[in-house]
Design a protein. Structure first.
Lengths: 295, 182
């Protein structure tokens, strides 16, 4: 095995081009587990810890450009206003030790359906910026996941950052597991309200081969809120609407039975999470007057 | 490969390190620092917790090469300069006094984590303590005495820092030996 230690991004891209089978390692919270257990013996590791840019973020007018290796602990502490859904999800990752090392780039690189970052990225709207010596491209996050633990990266590409839409309304994240800390999601759900465009975003985790959005549920809820004038009135979402929304969220899932839970349990729990997070975001929307015209 | 980094203020070099080796393995097997414990090797248990450039991390998940040129603090370094020469660090003394140690396997990781917490938040709430220690598993105690120990260390530090305080409070009376079968 080789251990490559590029000093900057240009060197990292050159290393990946020269060693397409090399595995990039930043926080190590996934890669080292596989190596420790003998599940993976890559020809080379590319250590990304020396690349300062990967640990930086910038807040723009509409988006946050989040470096691939910004640790979860900094997202929680420094970006809870701009990226509330992601910050909530980050808080459920592993333990303080894991959150000090792991970041969104690793979650995307591993592309586990259970990764905690995926639902809030899907719900908020995000693009993954990847690069190689050939150039840079941006991939909408919903197109980034291509299968169980598979993603759209070419062998010579590395994840540079994620462009995430800044919150323009309430966002929530909820996850089912056996305890609060160090839990891999049995299922997870992210929900974002976008009052400016009167749209909603969803993200489902651990209930399908890849993280997915529930597009039909989003369209249904947008239409129901619109038709009842709820964006303007701030009225209560009728239980029938919340129930139908939850049903459509579950319809977007395609779970399996595994060690963490059965498909049936996941469907049931996902419906609960969908209704519950809808309650939470709508309560916040009504309370905070997010861009809502005062009646 | 050769890896050199600072451990507890002292420069160390390790040769013939395998590229996939963890920082934990290097500390224990190559540098003779077995205080950090090896248990789950997957970041679940916290028994290998060390400080890497000040931050608490699981040493089992840091590739040895990633520690190159960086500063590591292990449980062996806790007492350095923290208390009387040859004595225990305040957090270690608090664990002893509160009876927060049973089999002792999780203790080094808990000490490093708790020490980092108190450095950042000298007067943590119970919720802060629970969250900070949520990545450190203990299979013996049920955690109550560990929480007591962190509270005790925080209280002693606050008392020591207050100009009018009479000094560190007396440690709790030693516990009687458990009844057989307890």
């Amino acid at each position: 095995m080789e251990f490559l230690r590029p000093a900057d991004w240009t060197e990292a891209l050159a290393a990946k081009a020269a060693h397409p089978s090399a595995v990039p390692i930043a926080g190590g919270t996934d890669v080292m587990v596989e190596i420790n257990f003998g599940l993976r013996r890559p020809d080379a590791l590319i250590d990304l810890n020396r690349i300062v840019e990967l640990r930086e973020w910038e807040v723009g007018a509409d988006t946050v450009r989040l470096g691939a290796a910004v640790p979860y602990s900094r997202i929680i502490d420094e970006l809870p206003t701009e990226l509330p859904g992601l910050a909530l999800a980050a808080h459920t990752v592993g333990s303080p030790q894991i959150r000090n090392r792991g970041g969104v780039g690793g979650n995307l690189g591993a592309a586990s359906p259970a990764g905690d970052s995926h639902p809030p990225l899907l719900a908020a709207g995000a693009e993954v910026e990847v690069a190689s010596v050939r150039g840079t491209r941006r991939i909408p996050v919903e197109e980034f996941y291509t299968g169980v633990k598979r993603n759209a990266l070419a062998p010579d590409e590395l994840i540079r950052c994620v462009h995430i839409k800044r919150a323009d309304g309430p966002q929530q994240f909820s996850k089912v597991g056996t305890r609060n800390a160090m839990v891999i999601a049995v299922c997870a759900f992210g929900l974002a309200l976008h009052p400016a465009t009167r749209t909603v975003g969803t993200g489902l985790g651990s209930v399908a081969p890849t993280p997915v959005r529930a597009g039909a549920a989003e369209r249904f809820l947008e239409q129901a809120l619109d038709e009842a004038g709820l964006w303007d009135s701030g009225g209560v979402v009728p239980p029938a609407v919340a129930g139908k929304f939850a049903d459509l969220v579950v319809a977007a899932a395609n779970p399996i039975d595994d060690v963490r839970g059965t498909a049936g349990y996941r469907r049931h729990a996902l419906a609960v999470l969908a209704r519950r997070t809808l309650d939470w975001v709508w309560d916040e929307y009504r309370g905070k007057e997010w861009g809502r015209a005062c009646a | 490969m050769r890896v050199s980094f600072t451990v507890n203020g002292r420069r160390h070099e390790a040769d013939d390190v395998w590229e996939g080796e963890s920082l934990l393995f290097v500390l224990r097997e190559r540098l003779g620092l077995p205080g950090s414990k090896n248990a789950c090797e997957q970041g679940e248990c916290g028994s290998c917790t060390v400080r890497l450039d000040g931050e608490v991390v699981c040493a089992c998940l840091v590739a040895a090469g990633q520690a190159q040129g960086r500063e590591v603090r292990t449980v062996e370094g806790l007492a350095d300069g923290a208390g009387p020469p040859g004595g225990l660090a305040p957090i270690q003394q608090a664990f002893v006094d509160a009876g927060a140690v049973q089999c002792g396997f999780c203790t080094p990781g808990l000490l490093v984590t708790a020490d980092a917490l108190l450095e950042r938040q000298p007067s943590p709430s119970d919720a802060d303590i629970r969250e900070a220690l949520s990545g450190n598993l203990c299979r013996c105690t049920g955690y109550e005495k560990i929480l007591d120990a962190v509270r005790l260390a925080a209280a002693r530090s606050a008392a020591g820092a207050a100009p009018t305080a009479p000094g560190p409070e007396a440690p709790p009376a030693p516990r009687s030996e458990p009844e057989p079968g307890e």
